[in-house]
Design a protein around this ligand. Structure first.
Ligand code: GLY
Length: 347
């Protein structure tokens, strides 16, 4: 059964209803050290509490073992339920812990970041980092329910909100020009919780509809990689150079570059590209690259999970909502796209 998505400003009422419906033999709550301090006090749930250290560097086998231990020591059974309260690390790792404990127990995701709500918590990808690679170990396993609320976002730094907003831009580009136009009218630094909850619902449903058709990413789900071939390369390059950038910022710059490629290869409309680039430049600044970075970026893209036989592979658009997955991009075309990205960003 597809996971239930619940959009609400009353998380406690919804959680109570979910617990009533799932009727678990015992209830467990997973947080990281941040959500333990900032969010746990807002949640009215009687559960065995398991805490992992905050940060992507702790999305690893040690934290996973810690969750398994907590479940085992707390007497969890296959009829128990784990509630994952946190950002993408907590929902990804908690989902994997639950999916593998006693061959699988149910779990509920309550994302506390915009990035988590719009992407990680929805769609059944669980995992941890391993051997220096992100999300290397994991399984597809859907939460029974995902409770999405903007009530946790008021304390998030604006970089965090903008990071999530970039994934909303991606979903809007995948679905059509009306939603894209609406998002470009929003200032992501001044997001009103009410308006955001509605826009978030529209955005998450774009992902949900895709995931329902292709849960295990055999084809259509690759649409969700829009902006990510280049975005991941920017993110990895930035990290290797000791100047890490937030994931969503890299996605925003990746969206611009991949819409340039879409224009070059698929006739994606030039005015939409220019409006996207202006929005991204205004709110995200730019990722500064020179010609000297191109070879490194191409090498990273050839080693991307999505790449086949060392070719660079992208999702592109012939227009808003007109998606082409699995497009091979020649290195020379990618270099031209980098040149145009730099022009658009005033670099
Ligand atoms: N984050 C992309 C996906 O869930 O497929």
């Amino acid at each position: 059964m597809a996971q239930r998505l619940i959009f609400t400003n009353d998380v406690n009422r919804e959680l109570a209803a979910i617990v009533d419906r799932l009727h678990p033999s015992s209830l467990f709550l997973l947080t990281d050290t941040n959500t333990s301090r900032m969010v746990r006090p807002l949640i009215d749930l009687s559960a065995t509490h398991i805490v992992i250290p905050a940060g992507d560097e702790h999305k690893n086998i040690d934290s996973l073992q810690h969750v398994w231990q907590g479940l085992q020591q707390g007497g969890a059974t296959r009829q128990s339920v784990l509630v994952n309260l946190g950002g993408g690390v907590v929902t990804d790792l908690g989902g994997l812990a639950a999916a593998t404990f006693k061959r699988g127990m149910r779990f509920v995701n309550v994302p506390t970041t915009l990035l988590g709500a719009v992407d990680a918590a929805v769609g059944g990808k669980t995992g941890i980092n391993y051997g220096g690679l992100k999300n290397e170990i994991g399984v597809f396993a859907e939460a029974t329910d995902v409770v999405i609320s903007t009530c946790f976002f008021s304390t998030l730094p604006s970089t965090e909100l903008k990071s999530g907003f970039a994934e909303m831009l991606k979903h809007a580009l995948l679905t059509g020009s009306d939603e894209f136009d609406r998002l470009l009218d929003i200032d992501p630094e001044r997001l009103s919780p009410e308006n955001l909850l509605h826009r978030l619902q529209v955005s998450v449903m774009v992902k949900q509809r895709i995931v329902e058709q292709d849960p295990h990413e055999h084809g259509l789900r690759r649409a969700l990689n829009l902006g990510h071939t280049v975005g991941h390369a920017f993110e990895s390059h930035a990290l290797a150079c000791g100047r890490p950038v937030p994931h969503g910022y890299a996605v925003a710059w990746g969206l611009v570059t991949e819409c340039v490629l879409s224009h070059m290869m698929m006739k994606f409309p030039s005015d939409t590209l220019h409006r996207l680039a202006a929005f991204v430049h205004l709110h995200y600044g730019h990722f500064g690259i020179t010609c000297d970075d191109y070879d490194t970026l191409l090498t990273i893209m050839r080693h991307d999970k999505k790449s086949r036989q060392g070719e660079i592979n992208c999702t592109l658009l012939a227009g808003c909502g007109d998606v082409r997955t699995g497009i091979t991009v020649a290195p020379d075309d990618m270099c031209v796209a980098f040149d145009i990205y730099r022009d658009l960003m005033g670099i």
